[in-house]
Design a protein around this ligand. Structure first.
Ligand code: DLL
Length: 434
């Protein structure tokens, strides 16, 4: 669709959405009134900037159903955020919402190179998390044979991959690396597997991680993005043709990028916080939701021919940004350095610790078995020390901060089965004797 046609569709839909929340959701009506706004003030797409923002706390404050815009009998599905502590964020869908979600996921799978005749292995968790069931519906609507594996039970996943020979797979990138490792342990060469493309997301991952996964499995890896508050997976996706930014499904989600401090929109191409407004959702329309995710957008037409706005790969969440002695660092930037170092496996963890009232960052990495055997399992060997110094230097030059690199022996760092935990904050814990 041409840009101007898309914009006129978006404006129609935005006005409908704004009207619906004003009429049916007390929370929005109050917020609009506080800002002195009525739905009729939305005359052009730019007027979106007049509307107040929504954030995760608003969902928590109105837990579980306070932001719903339709009566309970119209709700056909509930999902939740993947947070592990406290109450989840609860989201709901009408049948129409499920249709929209199914469609955006189906489009995403096609953009990734999927076809109706494929067998499709789904390693995203099934349950409250939107990944498993979200991808499932989209794949099924395309007519694929979906294998609903969910996350975990890796040996069994590998057996099914070997036996059913899927052409496509989806899951978190960190879990894919876990599968690769287990395959190798079982004497299976991941490069010989049947998989030709993979749809990975739900956590931030670097371009280096993409290269690693593509080389390890000999497949094409595309990035899929989404969040439960907006719909789930399928808000945006890369195309396999260009793998150059994620196409936002703008007929359903309006995207903005703002400066998280001034809350003003930033210029095209400039980095900031992604903000989405749903344009067609009925159960839970969301106005200007602050995602906490850092990215930028481009309206240039993609090589693949799709005309939609593209967002850059998400660099990380604002909450995951470490500010160390005044320098901002995202785990994905650390990852980019680590994945280029030989003799390391692609699993790592950043631990924030406090020593004598000073905050320090420990970067835990794991050496591969080759090196480990060469140094006779002695991590104080000069070759190991050399490696540690090399990593420390690369981090310093790429991220401008110093981290205490800690080498770990093979198979000791935690492996992910869903979203990887990259940062562990131990600063306020009494870690006596650890
Ligand atoms: O993670 C939905 C999803 C499922 C997306 C499967 C892709 C694939 P939530 O659990 O609500 O929903 O978490 C949303 O995950 O705000 C981002 O911080 C992060 N995230 C999701 N996709 C990506 C991605 C699902 N491709 C939160 N790159 C979002 C970076 C991502 N971060």
């Amino acid at each position: 669709m041409k840009h101007d046609e898309m914009e006129s569709l978006q404006l129609d839909r935005l006005r409908n959405t704004v009207g619906a929340v004003y009429e049916h959701v007390e929370f929005y009506r109050k917020k609009f009134e506080e800002s002195g706004i009525v739905p009729a003030d939305i005359k052009g797409l730019n007027d979106i900037a007049k509307l107040p923002f929504t954030n995760k706390q608003d969902f928590r404050d109105h837990y579980p159903f306070g932001l719903f815009a339709v009566p309970q009998e119209e709700i056909v599905r509930i999902h939740g955020s993947s947070g592990t502590s406290g109450k989840p964020t609860v989201v709901g869908y009408t049948l129409d919402d499920i249709k929209v979600w199914t469609e955006v996921v189906a489009r995403s799978i096609v953009a990734a190179g999927g076809e109706k005749s494929d067998t499709f292995h789904n390693s995203y968790g099934y349950g409250l998390f939107t990944g498993g069931i979200g991808l499932h519906y989209g794949a099924e609507a395309l007519g694929m044979a979906v294998v609903p594996m969910s996350g975990g039970n890796t040996d069994r996943q590998i057996m099914m991959i070997e036996d059913l020979k899927p052409r496509g797979i989806c899951g978190t990138p960190s879990y894919m690396l876990n599968i690769a490792e287990k395959m190798k342990e079982a004497g299976i060469d991941p490069r010989q597997s049947s998989m030709e493309y993979g749809i990975f997301g739900a956590e931030s991952w670097s371009e280096e991680m993409r290269i690693k996964i593509e080389q390890t499995f000999n497949l094409k890896a595309v990035d899929i993005y989404g969040l439960s508050e907006i719909i789930g997976p399928g808000v945006s996706v890369e195309c396999h043709e260009a793998q150059d930014g994620l196409h936002v499904q703008e007929d359903h989600f309006y995207v903005e990028v703002i400066n998280p401090e001034t809350l003003q929109q930033v210029a095209e191409g400039e980095e900031g916080e992604l903000v989405f407004t749903s344009l067609t959702k009925r159960a839970l329309p969301v106005i200007r939701y602050r995602t906490g995710d850092i990215s930028s957008i481009s309206r240039e037409i993609c090589k693949c021919g799709r005309t939609t706005t593209r967002m850059s790969r998400v660099k990380g969440r604002i909450d995951d940004m470490m500010i160390i002695r005044g320098v901002n660092v995202f785990p994905s930037e650390v990852e980019r350095v680590l994945l280029k170092v030989e003799s390391l496996v692609p699993h790592y963890q950043i631990r924030l610790v406090r020593t004598e009232a000073m905050d320090n960052v420990e970067l835990h990495v794991e050496v591969d078995t080759n090196l480990y055997e060469t140094i006779a399992e002695d991590l104080t060997d000069t070759r190991a020390i050399q490696l540690k110094i090399e990593i420390q230097r690369s981090i310093k030059s790429a991220c401008l901060i110093s981290m205490d690199v800690v080498l770990n022996s093979p198979k000791t760092l935690p492996r992910s089965v869903g979203k990887a935990i990259r940062i562990v904050d131990l600063r306020n814990k009494n870690v006596v004797g650890v």
